[in-house]
Design a protein around this ligand. Structure first.
Ligand code: HEC
Ligand code: HEC
Length: 424
């Protein structure tokens, strides 16, 4: 009875005159109701191996990977906080200079990190472990942890067979890793690192270093296999689009009239669609939206340094630890170049589940969605490097328009990830 009434009296503000252009764009944002399959990653032969994912899940929640026993991946990518941490700037052993993006749906992305300095989820996972302010651990520490933790070791062995013998602390020090790629830039003259982890690594012979690197890459590959399963299910927006298509499970009432107005702004006057497009509402690439430098945040030029780090990264898709270094997509790493558009550019975040992942922006400067919209409305300030992309013009949104856009963005929250994947 109720649904008959609703049909007879459409919800106030509901849009019934979508243009062909609008309908085509809207459908491209939600091509189907169930989540899309994640793209293959030939650089990781274990990407879809269930045993790898099981090990990855144990590792993701394991604080024992950090020498203090206090920080795991889930500290900053907490399932209860939209797989992020709710902080403006993320905190581990120390304070980081970046907002933690959610890892929900990160398997759909071509580049990882705000500056895209890695080209796969497996090589991404290897960095926070060794980052001094995140887990301040090392590849040998993490591997000794697996070797000596019965549960982890068992999971490793059902995935890859016998764990390599690294029991000699003389050959495989407790805590050793090379300095991060960024400090290996040949164009920069830097003092040799005095970090004990780096000194211990320099003492190891090449064959032993390589043995550790191979296993460390596999640890990353297990973490990727797990994260490939962390996908958000259909949202109210997807139900609405299925409704436009008259598909099963579709529901034209899934979006309020206001949210529909917000959607119209998003694909029309707001021009959000020029960067936030496709099923993840991101182009997966990098743009300078012209954020001024925030107080107390160290200067960072975004994508150009990201490209430089990516190229010199031994764990990149073209490197010796990749399972398919000839994979077509990896070849593009050769042709990445900086131009005026890359300075000050950061990765366009997906807007799926955006209501769950405040604060926003690469430096977490926006406490809520409203303040992001105020930024797009006025475009205050100048970026410290490069220039704001010309496609962005102040939108001068009125309160009703902001309210509608917020209602639309809130409709992008998907179903929760199954409980069994939310802990270890
Ligand atoms: C101390 C908090 C912290 C810990 C611990 C941490 N991360 Fe992150 N993570 C971040 C921050 C901050 C960023 C963004 C940094 C940047 O872009 O430079 C990030 C970025 C990422 C990204 C890229 C997402 C994207 O959209 O670009 C992935 C994936 C990720 N982390 C997974 C992991 C995994 C796996 C672990 C454990 C091995 C981990 N993180 C540990 C804070 C953390
Ligand atoms: C020129 C490309 C571009 C356009 C146009 C654009 N965005 Fe963005 N958006 C980005 C980039 C890049 C970021 C990350 C900026 C940063 O932190 O440096 C971002 C960040 C955001 C965020 C923060 C998300 C998060 O997780 O931190 C929201 C929300 C957002 N945009 C919504 C919108 C809306 C709504 C519109 C239209 C009014 C829009 N964007 C137009 C590129 C764009």
């Amino acid at each position: 009875m109720l649904s008959v009434l609703l049909l007879a009296f459409p919800i106030q503000g509901e849009i019934t005159d979508w243009t062909e252009r609008e309908l085509a764009i809207i459908q491209s944002l939600s091509p189907q109701l169930p989540p899309l399959p994640v793209p293959p990653n030939p650089s990781n032969q274990y990407a879809d191996d269930p045993a790898a994912a099981e090990l990855g899940q144990l590792l993701f929640f394991d604080k024992g990977l950090s020498p203090t026993g206090t920080v795991s991946c889930a500290t900053c990518h907490n399932p209860e906080k939209g797989w992020s941490d709710g902080l403006a700037l993320s905190k581990g052993i120390g304070g980081t200079a970046f907002n933690a993006p959610t890892i929900l749906n990160s398997a759909y992305g071509r580049w990882q990190f705000w500056d895209g300095r890695t080209d796969s989820l497996w090589s991404q996972a290897l960095q926070p472990i060794e980052d001094a302010v995140e887990m301040n651990s090392s590849r040998t520490f993490a591997l000794h942890r697996i070797a000596n933790g019965p549960k982890l070791r068992k999971a490793w062995e059902s995935f890859l067979g016998p764990f390599p013998d690294i029991s000699s602390f003389k050959r495989f020090p407790q805590n050793a890793c090379p300095p991060p790629t960024s400090s290996q830039n040949p164009f920069e003259i830097t003092e040799p690192s005095q970090d004990p982890r780096h000194l211990a690594w320099a003492e190891m012979n090449l064959a032993d270093q390589n043995k550790i690197n191979e296993s460390y890459a596999n640890l990353g590959k297990a973490l990727e296999a797990y994260q490939r399963k962390i996908l958000s299910g259909p949202s109210a927006f997807d139900q609405f689009v299925a409704g436009l298509r008259k598909e099963e499970g579709g529901d034209l009432n899934a979006l309020s009239g206001n949210a529909q107005k917000g959607l119209r702004l998003f694909v029309g006057k707001g021009n959000c669609i020029s960067c936030h497009f496709g099923p993840q509402l991101t182009d997966g690439e990098f743009h300078n939206v012209g954020l001024s430098i925030a107080d107390g945040v160290e200067f960072d030029d975004g994508r150009p340094t990201g490209i430089q780090k990516l190229r010199s990264e031994i764990f990149n898709g073209r490197g010796i630890y990749s399972d398919d270094s000839a994979w077509d997509s990896n070849q593009h790493l050769l042709y990445l170049f900086y131009n005026e558009h890359t300075f000050g550019a950061y990765k366009t975040p997906s807007l799926r589940n955006v209501a769950r992942t405040a604060p926003y922006g690469h430096d977490g400067r926006f406490p809520d969605i409203e303040s992001v919209l105020e930024f797009y409305s006025e475009l205050p300030g100048l970026p410290p490097v490069g220039h704001r992309e010309e496609t962005l013009l102040p939108l001068n949104l009125n309160d009703e328009e902001k309210f509608s856009l917020i209602a639309f963005l809130k409709s992008l929250t998907g179903h929760r990830v199954p409980k069994a994947l939310q802990g270890s």
